[in-house]
Ligand binder design. Structure first.
Ligand code: GA4
Length: 319
């Protein structure tokens, strides 16, 4: 069954979810109102005509696949993922595990060039592929955040995008590689366990292989098949707080359910550490403030002290 907007979701009959597909070249007012609806109802949507060139995506994908094809000892030259570097099976530092290997990168150009020197035979090629991709998806995230702010009638329409455009923004980039299922392979099928994304906005795509699942409000998991022409966009915890709970940061996970290897590329747009985060929505006696103001640094400390599937926004809830 295809789930469309704005019908209520009946999870029993859903085999997969067709996320709202939003054409960024359509009429601006329309686009921003579709984005608002999608963020309120699903917390997830897809964008097409997004302006990121196929070449930029293809180059990044190739760099990622080449990296994961290397022997483990070479991949380990990226250093352990504490938090930036190469990781296998262990996710974070509090005991979470999954059937995944990954490369987690800080998006600053200095750290990209440093890591490129340690892991690539052609560091210039690697760092230019990664930098171009990050620049393109940061631009896309900013475009989407401006449309959101306009749709929400936020007084300062660049208030959200400014945080991830800032030089000190704490945005990160993650490449995940999920091994294919082999015959007689009884290993757990969870590649990356259920969680919400902590940051403002995530821009995700995969190499055309499925695995992403999204939790509906009643806790039922539905697959979200990949769309090669689109980027998948989702609301993070910080954006939920900045919209006073109007936008939903929805739980998702990645299953290892294919006979083909899956690689996903996720950009997490985050504010600078010192940025104060509070509701940009009007607070009234009928709609009181849900979360106390906090800095991204404070939220990050909480996040790294918890498990992957924990609800961190609860810690900042008023009452
Ligand atoms: C989930 C979203 C991003 O992948 C991530 C993850 C981070 C990590 O892998 O280091 C965390 C996880 C994520 C949330 C809780 C903590 C931190 C692993 C973990 C158990 C990079 C992020 O920002 O938060």
């Amino acid at each position: 069954m295809v789930v469309g907007l704005p019908n209520p979701i009946k999870s029993e009959s859903i085999q997969f979810i067709e996320l709202p597909v939003i054409d960024l070249l359509a009429e601006r007012l329309n686009v921003s109102s579709l984005i608002i609806k999608a963020c309120e109802q699903f917390g997830f949507f897809q964008v097409i005509n997004h302006g990121v060139s196929e070449d930029t995506v293809a180059q990044m994908e190739q760099q990622g696949l080449d990296f994961f094809a290397k022997p483990v000892c070479e991949k380990q030259r990226a250093g352990p993922a504490t938090p930036f570097g190469y990781g296998r099976k262990n996710i974070g530092v509090n005991g979470d595990v999954g059937e995944v290997e990954y490369l987690l990168l800080d998006t600053s150009s200095l750290s990209i060039s440093q890591i490129s020197n340690s892991i690539s035979n052609d560091p210039k090629m690697f760092s230019s592929g990664v930098s171009s991709y990050i620049e393109a998806v940061t631009g896309l995230a900013c475009k989407i955040l401006d449309l959101m702010a306009e749709g929400l009638r936020v007084h300062d329409a660049s208030a959200f995008s400014r945080m991830i455009r800032a030089v000190e923004s704490d945005s990160i980039f993650r490449l995940n590689h999920y091994p294919p299922i082999l015959c007689k392979d009884n290993n757990t099928k969870v590649g990356f366990g259920e969680h919400t994304d902590p940051q403002i906005l995530t821009i995700l795509r995969s190499n055309g292989v499925g695995g992403l699942q999204i939790a509906l409000a009643d806790g039922v998991w539905v697959p979200a098949p990949p769309n090669p022409n689109a980027f998948c966009v989702n609301v993070g915890d910080v954006l939920q707080a900045m919209t006073n709970g109007r936008f939903k940061s929805v739980r998702h996970r990645a299953l290892r359910n294919s006979y083909k290897p899956r690689m996903s590329m996720a950009y997490f747009g985050a504010p600078p550490l010192h940025a104060w985060l509070t509701s940009a929505e009007l607070v009234t006696p009928q709609k009181p403030l849900l979360y106390r103001p906090f800095t991204w640094g404070e939220f990050k400390n909480a996040l790294y002290s918890l498990r992957l599937g924990d609800n961190r926004l609860h810690l900042f809830k008023i009452h």
